[in-house]
Write a protein that binds this ligand. Structure first.
Ligand code: HEM
Length: 193
């Protein structure tokens, strides 16, 4: 639950920062824009560390089950969106890292150490990765909108415990109980985000 909300915060901040900083004009040596890009890269690498931690957690833990009353087709869609989140949470920082490598600007991790370049300097590749990173960012916005919209619909219209289970309290404790139906189900299974 803690990882979920921390990632939600980081991803929202990264998308907002990414869209804002790229909307700023390239006017000579614009230190404000450069500083924002550096913050974006640092937070993005931190997000990569957290998603790695989350994957490790997920492998080693029993998955919370989805609310029983949800129709099966909605469960499949929910699991599919969760899967897309994992793919995007990995692909976005990695394409950011690739982009920086291709630009010849190494990525520092919280100022502690510098990561090795994944590819050597290549201007054409750099522009390709910018495009890939951008479209992955747009895909993340679509997933976040669908995910948040569904959570709000469950809470306010269907009035089930989908959202409450992701907040500290008795519903969350119940959700953590083992369910034979979803215990280490195939790739489509996952925590109820
Ligand atoms: C989950 C992590 C990340 C998310 C959600 C994210 C999201 C975004 C978004 C939405 C944009 C704006 C795209 C556009 O409209 O052109 C952007 C731009 C950018 N991101 Fe990320 N990003 C992430 C991680 C990273 C990392 C780890 C790096 C580098 C190490 C990075 C480097 C950049 C750069 C350099 C740009 C500006 C590209 C340009 O000049 O157009 N990002 N990012």
């Amino acid at each position: 639950m803690a990882l979920h909300w921390l990632m939600a915060l980081l991803l929202s901040a990264l998308v907002a920062l990414g869209l804002y900083m790229t909307s700023l004009p390239d006017v000579g040596f614009d230190t404000w824009k450069i500083r924002l890009i550096l913050y974006h890269k640092q937070i993005g690498m931190f997000a990569l560390m957290l998603v790695t931690l989350r994957l490790v957690w997920r492998i080693g833990n029993v998955l919370p089950r989805l609310v029983e009353t949800i129709p099966d087709w909605q469960k499949v869609i929910a699991r599919f969106v969760h899967l897309c989140f994992y793919a995007l949470m990995l692909a976005l920082p990695v394409t950011g890292w690739l982009m920086s490598s291709a630009a010849g600007i190494p990525v520092s991790v919280l100022g502690l150490f510098t990561l090795p370049d994944l590819v050597s300097y290549d201007d054409r590749l750099f522009h390709t990765f910018i495009d890939v990173h951008r479209y992955l960012g747009y895909a993340l916005i679509v997933c976040m909108t669908a995910h948040i919209g569904a959570a709000l619909r469950h809470h306010f219209f269907l009035r089930d415990s989908t959202l409450k289970r992701m907040l500290p309290g008795p519903d969350a404790t119940q959700a953590a109980h083992r369910s034979p139906a979803v215990r280490r189900a195939p790739s489509a299974a996952g925590p109820s985000q």
